[in-house]
Design a protein around this ligand. Structure first.
Ligand code: GLA
Length: 391
């Protein structure tokens, strides 16, 4: 939706003009799945789908929300923030306000109109984009002196403590700090990051939504986290210098892996080799070696399917369709898994053919109509002024 239309809607709802539009993108992860909460490496890009928030301040310490897509509204007072049972969607804003207040930041009321372009339940980080957009709204309107890494940590804390998903740090990181035309290589232990130029001329990332919503994802995701903690304890007993799964080298794994239970061994094997793949991927992309990078994508998917066990039949089918298509260099599930999306690295001239093939094979087998998004590596969250708002 155009900025002018959004502004018009805002005026109709709040009887005043917004002062800013805050935009925070969703993301896909190119490689490095379930490694972030194990202190490992990830390589996401922000996509050109944003959560838009039109905002202006109010003086009554209330956060008023209107979601344009769902035509729903809600409000809460900053002096009494509790999770909402009826309007669960507003728990993101509640969580962000709460973590900011708890951290001692001075914030006041906001009147917010939300319009998100990021599909929900698709593993494209619609939640993180809402969290980051909300945080940036408070920062902008209340002139908070808050650094990007602090924002990322607080947004994650809101999701962990308030929404109840024990996510890692990747999605909020990608939504805030991504750069156009680049992937974001993050070391989730040191939180140091580098921009990796994406020289993939002639190729694109095509996202295909399996349309299987990640309904069970929250509990299954938290289960994986517990399994990792358990596996870590077991490995630590064998090799006390291991503080996180990131510390386990391939050599350590080959030497001691057999001493673990089957499940712990599988989870650790995924993490150890996935971290290795991310580092290789960064080197390959820097050199523009897309062919081998594509192979790593397939390996990552296989590992997520067989070792980490977060794939679904639908995601596997979509990856297999890619494997049989000339012009596709790699495919894998992206995000947490348990439904959601597959990404393909595909020759530009083969995109249409791939889509037709997927529509044909997938729709016949699954009676689901997948959705496609041709994504462009985009910039992270930013603030826009609104002309005529008096600023
Ligand atoms: C979700 C989480 C991330 C990350 C991925 C899996 O997107 O929010 O922190 O763990 O799953 O890589």
């Amino acid at each position: 939706m155009k900025k002018e239309n959004l502004t018009k809607q805002y005026k109709a709802i709040y009887k005043k003009s917004p002062t800013n539009i805050i935009r925070a993108p969703g993301r896909i992860n190119l490689i490095g799945e379930h490694t972030d909460y194990n202190d490992g490496f990830v390589l996401p890009i922000a996509i050109d789908k944003y959560t838009n928030m039109l905002v202006s301040k109010n003086d009554d310490r209330k956060i008023r929300l209107y979601d344009l897509k769902y035509k729903e509204n809600d409000e809460f007072h900053l002096d009494n923030i509790k999770p909402s049972q009826q309007n669960k969607w507003s728990n993101y804003q509640r969580g962000i306000a709460k973590v900011l207040l708890d951290a001692g930041y001075k914030i006041g009321g906001l009147d917010i109109l939300i319009f998100s372009e990021v599909p929900e339940g698709a593993g494209l980080s619609s939640s993180a984009s809402i969290e980051i957009a909300t945080l940036l709204s408070f920062k902008k309107i209340y002139d908070l002196n808050i650094k990007p890494l602090e924002m990322i940590k607080l947004a994650r804390k809101a999701e962990n403590d308030f929404v109840g998903v024990e996510c890692g740090i990747m999605d909020q990181f990608a939504s805030l700090l991504s750069k156009e035309g680049h992937a974001l290589f993050i070391d989730c232990r040191s939180l140091k990051y580098q921009y990796v130029p994406l020289s993939i001329q002639g190729y694109s990332f095509l996202v295909c939504n399996s349309m299987v919503k990640r309904e069970l994802s929250e509990s299954s995701y938290n289960t994986r986290r517990k399994e990792c903690k358990y596996a870590l304890r077991a490995f630590h007993k064998i090799l006390p210098r291991i503080g996180t799964l990131r510390d386990i080298s391939i050599d350590d794994f080959m030497r001691y892996g057999a001493l673990l239970s089957k499940k712990s061994r599988k989870r650790i094997e995924h993490i150890v080799y996935e971290n290795e793949r991310v580092q290789k991927a960064v080197e390959l992309l820097r050199k523009g070696n897309v062919e081998i990078f594509g192979k790593l994508m397939y390996q990552s998917h296989k590992s997520l399917k067989e070792l980490y066990e977060v794939s679904t039949e639908e995601l596997d089918l979509l990856v297999e369709i890619g494997r049989n298509e000339p012009g596709v260099l790699g495919a894998r599930l992206t995000g947490a898994g348990f439904g959601g999306c597959v990404i393909y690295l595909v020759k530009d001239s083969s995109i249409e053919h791939l889509k037709e093939k997927i529509l044909d094979v997938y729709s016949k087998k699954r009676e689901l109509v997948p959705q496609f998004y041709e994504v462009v590596p985009s910039r992270g969250a930013y603030v826009e002024f609104i002309a005529g708002s008096g600023l």
